[in-house]
Each structure stands twice: as structure tokens, then as C-alpha cells.
Design a binder for this molecule. Structure first.
Ligand SMILES: Cc1cc2nc3c(=O)[nH]c(=O)nc-3n(C[C@H](O)[C@H](O)[C@H](O)COP(=O)(O)O)c2cc1C
Length: 550
């Protein structure tokens, strides 16, 4: 018994060390980038769309954005009344979360963009619908892959309706990642980007659900192997295989989200799979360290965790803008450059920050069962009535004293608002940090030319040691969720933003006086006035499909 325990503690320690070692070796340094090919191997470029050849396809409807609910309604604390789960609403749900949102074109080339963003637009995240009968779609229980190019469901498994153990007011979404999609371009650091993208997708799903009056909850008791068995990705192997990320319960009921165990899906998980995964590249570059970290961060089953309580349930920021939520969701775009002069107002800035506070913003953080691990270091460049400088937003007010101990003791920690428990925002140091934020973000001007830039600072070593090496991925997902909110908030404020995965990790740590792994900067962001590239033509998302309307 003791031996068994020692062995499992040893293997967990080894896996934790593998995760820490991966994190260290994939840091970009001022004089050395993390290992990658260093050029784009167009010959091996993966196809951006996974398909299951031979699986029956169920086309979904294009549901154009509607005026209501407004974007601010999403944060009003009152759910819109839940819509029934039908082909129409499932179509809208995917259309507003994982679908294509536009095509961009220059003479001789065009590429699609999606509602959820992705590093390098490479889209490693795949989505699955797992559901009982849905009016207008199917009469039985199904496991379907969502195909964004076709805006369709590919039915991989079908089981008799009486095998479905849940009421018809809930369904499930699983997310998986194809690491090769990102490693093709980014090499060893790619695993990090896959995790950011998964976080963006979780938030996109929670927000699309909220528009329909539905609630999401990331089910953390499931192991990765449980999710792989349910989605059938356990049958894939090799570098193009999908790795399970998470299972999300989506509920259209007013009551609690049902308690869900892997055993509830025993029947459907044993149904043979329809369709064969398409080949994405004819040949590959191996990145063994990604295989190693993925194995080390594989998640076991754990006890279920209740959804997080949100204490302030009505934060609209005193605003009731008339802009449609779905319009904002579908128009979200990354700025490719910032203009270097657009300012935003102080109230706008504070509202954006309140919306990333998990206790106040309701969606998407109400779907996230973990207490916040991620805080924001902010470079304020152009915010009216705010001093330029370096700020810190603690996304959990109870962590301020700890953060003060961890960051440089030369910072002033001047509170910005009276109720610092509600918005724990502090000026750390006044000054022009334009060049610094450009430098630490891999010399990207976009970080300097916005109204403000953020570095997402995660509580790192302790949560990973406490929860297990798989928590490494959760911390990245949390940064992606924050990023998704920043993207939408920027759109709603009439500016734009961009996620920044390329940054010099330890150079940023130096700015903050961080010399150990208690805190690590995991993701940068910029928000400001965009510069449009007039050479690019924009085409509608589904002009390539002949079918129209519902
Ligand atoms: C995790 C992540 C990291 C990114 N890193 C950068 C970056 O370092 N520099 C940059 O200009 N854009 C970056 N982007 C923006 C992507 O290039 C952009 O999301 C992608 O091209 C798709 O465009 P869209 O966001 O307009 O849909 C990043 C996006 C994500 C989600």
C-alpha cells in the first residue's frame, strides 16, 4: 500500500517537473526564441478543417444576428428566458461560438476567420455536441463533431433515445485540440497556444449559450480518458490525433445543471464510430516535447466541483448600449496594427476591467469552477484621465497582500477607485511604458500603439503543485477566457484588440520584479484603435455554401 502511494506520488512529481521543464524551455528570451523550425514549411501546412470522411452530415442553419439581447444585457444579472433546444437554437449556438465569421481575400489567396480567435489563425480546437433527441435534428442520442467550414454536424455515434439518461433541456459540448495544427508553425511553444485557444473557445461557448438564456458549467470530475472515450478520439493516434480538453454541460433549464458521470454515457461510448478522420498534412515534423508535456498534463478523474458563486449579479457598468450581443460576437476581429493615437475614456477602461473580474462579470466566468489564478499587469498608454504607467488588477481581492509580497518592493500600489475590494486596481509605477510593452511583446508595435496592453500574470507553481500537473492547462484556459472577454469588450467600446502569444517571458517578469515561479506571465493582450489593411477584401462567412436560410 505504502509503496503504491509512493509510486503514484513519484510519478505525479515527475509529471509536475515535466510540465515546469516544458514551460521553462518554451520561454522566448530576448536573445533566443523557443525552438521552432524558424520558417514556414508550406509543403506540410495542415488543412485547417478536421472532417470525418463518411460520417453523415446534418447541415445547420445560418441565423443572422438579432437586435436583442444587447451586448450589455449579457451582463445584466438576469438570464434571458431559456430558449428550447432545437435545430434552430443549436444552429445559432454554434454559429455564435465556433463557426466561420468571415473570409479575407487578396488577389490569389483567401482564408477563413472564425468567431473564436486562434494563434496564427491555425485553429487547433475541435468541438463536439453530445445530446439526446433534438427537435429538427435527430430523434435519438448522438455524438457529433462540429464542422465549421460546412456549419454542420458530423454524426459519429448514434444510440437509441432510451439510452439517454438526461432530460431534454440539457446537452454537452466537448473540446479537443490537434496540437500539430499549431506546432506546424510554432514548434515547441505551440502546446501553450493550443491551451489559450481552448480557453477562448470555452468562453465563446459560454457567451453564445448565454445569448440563448442557457448556462454552461465546465465538468471537472471527468478525466481526459473519459472525454476521449465519449468523443471517440481515443481511437485516433499519431501526431494528428485530437487530445481531449474538457466537457461542458449546457443547460436550458432554470434549475441546477445535472450531475453527470462518465458511466451515464456507457452505452453511447460503445457505439462504433462513423467516419474516418481526414489527413491534415502528408508529412510532419515531430516535436517530442509536446508529446511529453501532453502526457504529463493528462488529467485524471477528480471529485466534482460546484460552479463558482458570483457575488455581484448585476454589473452593467451603468451602461445600456443598444448594440446587439450577437453582432459583437460575430464581428470580433483581431487588430493587425494599432493606430498609436486612439484614446479610450477612464470609465470605459474601468468597465472593461470590471468585466474580467470573475465575481462580477457573470459570463463566461460562471461556467468556470476554479477560483481565479490570473491577474493583469497593465501598461496604460492612452486612457483619458488616467496616468500613463504600469498598473495591476488583482482578479481576486483576497490575493492583493500576497501579490504585494511577490512583486517588486519598489511599487507604489496606489488604489485607483474607492471601493478597492470591488475593483482591486493599483498604479504600480507612473511613466511611459510604450517601449517596454513593445519590447516584452517580441518587439510587436501593436503592444505599444494601443490604448493599453495587458500581461496576464498567473499564480503558477502553487496551484499546479496543489491540483496536479494537468492544472497547467487550466491556467492557460483561464487566460484565454479573459482574452475572449477583452476581445468582445473592445468591439463593444468601438475599438479592437489582439491576443499576443509571442512575448519574452522573463523580460516581462523582470519588469515586475518576479524572480521565481510563484507568478508567471502567460499571455499578453493589446486594446486600442485599429489600423485597417485596405488591401484585404472581406467576404461573408458562408458564401461558399450553396444552401441558404434555415
Ligand atoms: C493565443 C493567441 C495568440 C496570439 N498571438 C498573436 C501575436 O503574438 N501577435 C499578433 O499580431 N496576433 C496574435 N494573435 C491574433 C491571431 O493572429 C488572430 O486571432 C488570428 O489571426 C485570427 O484572426 P481573428 O482573431 O481576427 O479571428 C493571437 C491570437 C491568439 C488567440
Amino acid at each position: 500500500m505504502t509503496n503504491k502511494l509512493t509510486n503514484s506520488t513519484d510519478s505525479r512529481d515527475r509529471a509536475t517537473q515535466t510540465v515546469f521543464a516544458y514551460h521553462e524551455r518554451t520561454k522566448h528570451h530576448l536573445k533566443r526564441f523557443a525552438a521552432s523550425l524558424g520558417y514556414l514549411d508550406w509543403d506540410r501546412q495542415p488543412i485547417p478543417f478536421r472532417r470525418f470522411e463518411g460520417a453523415p452530415q446534418l447541415p445547420l442553419a445560418e441565423i443572422p444576428p438579432t437586435a436583442s439581447p444587447t451586448y450589455d444585457d449579457l451582463f445584466s444579472g438576469q438570464l434571458p428566458s431559456p430558449q428550447p433546444i432545437t435545430r434552430q437554437t443549436i444552429s445559432q449556438f454554434f454559429y455564435d461560438s465556433l463557426a466561420l465569421s468571415a473570409w479575407k481575400a487578396v488577389p490569389g489567396s483567401r482564408w477563413s476567420l472564425r468567431v473564436n480567435p486562434s494563434s496564427g489563425n491555425l485553429h487547433p480546437t475541435e468541438g463536439y455536441l453530445i445530446s439526446g433527441p433534438i427537435d429538427g435534428l435527430f430523434d435519438d442520442a448522438c455524438v457529433c463533431h462540429y464542422a465549421p467550414f460546412e456549419h454542420a454536424l458530423e454524426v459519429r455515434r448514434r444510440a437509441a433515445r432510451d439510452t439517454w439518461p438526461f432530460p431534454n433541456d440539457c446537452f454537452f459540448v466537448a473540446l479537443t485540440s490537434i496540437h500539430w495544427r499549431e506546432s506546424w508553425k510554432y514548434g515547441e511553444r505551440a502546446y501553450r497556444y493550443c491551451q489559450h485557444d481552448a480557453g477562448h473557445a470555452i468562453a465563446a461557448i459560454a457567451i453564445a449559450a448565454r445569448v440563448l438564456g442557457w448556462r454552461c458549467h465546465v465538468l471537472e470530475s471527468w478525466s481526459d480518458d473519459d472525454i476521449a472515450r465519449l468523443t471517440g478520439t481515443d481511437q485516433q493516434s499519431g501526431i494528428e490525433a485530437e487530445h481531449p480538453d474538457c466537457l461542458i454541460a449546457v443547460s436550458a433549464a432554470l434549475g441546477a445543471i445535472p450531475h453527470v458521470r462518465p458511466e451515464n454515457f456507457d452505452t453511447i461510448s460503445h457505439v462504433p464510430l462513423a467516419g474516418i478522420p481526414n489527413r491534415l498534412s502528408h508529412d510532419h515534423h515531430e516535436w517530442p516535447v509536446i508529446e511529453d508535456v501532453a502526457a504529463a498534463a493528462n488529467k485524471p478523474r477528480i471529485a466534482e466541483i460546484a460552479p463558482m458563486e458570483t457575488s455581484v449579479t448585476n454589473y452593467t457598468g451603468g451602461l445600456a448600449r443598444s448594440v446587439s450581443a450577437r453582432q459583437i460576437i460575430r464581428q470580433r476581429r483581431s487588430a493587425v496594427a494599432m493606430d498609436g493615437h486612439t484614446e479610450i475614456g477612464r470609465e470605459e477602461f474601468l468597465r472593461i476591467l470590471r468585466r474580467v473580474m470573475p465575481q462580477q462579470s457573470i459570463v463566461p466566468f460562471d461556467s468556470w469552477p476554479w477560483k481565479p489564478s490570473v491577474h493583469l499587469a497593465l501598461f496604460v498608454h492612452r486612457v483619458r484621465d488616467m496616468k500613463r504607467g504600469l498598473y495591476l488588477l488583482a482578479r481576486d481581492a483576497t490575493r492583493v497582500d500576497w501579490l504585494k509580497l511577490e512583486l517588486s518592493n519598489t511599487f507604489s500600489w496606489t488604489p485607483i477607485v474607492d471601493d478597492v475590494d470591488v475593483l482591486p486596481l493599483f498604479l504600480l509605477r507612473e511613466g511611459d511604458f510604450g517601449r517596454t510593452s513593445n519590447l516584452v511583446s517580441c518587439h510587436q508595435e501593436i503592444a505599444q500603439d494601443g490604448a493599453f496592453a495587458a500581461a496576464m500574470l498567473a499564480e503558477f507553481e502553487a496551484p499546479i503543485r496543489d491540483c496536479g500537473p494537468w492544472f497547467y492547462r487550466r491556467i492557460f484556459w483561464e487566460t484565454g477566457m479573459i482574452g475572449q472577454v477583452l476581445y468582445l469588450e473592445a468591439e463593444a467600446a468601438g475599438v479592437r484588440s489582439t491576443g499576443i502569444g509571442c512575448f519574452f517571458d522573463d523580460a516581462m517578469h523582470e519588469v515586475l520584479g518576479i524572480s521565481n515561479r510563484s507568478l508567471q506571465s502567460l499571455y499578453h493582450f493589446t486594446v486600442g484603435g485599429p489600423l485597417e489593411d485596405a488591401r484585404l477584401q472581406t467576404l461573408p462567412a458562408y458564401s461558399h455554401l450553396s444552401r441558404k436560410g434555415p
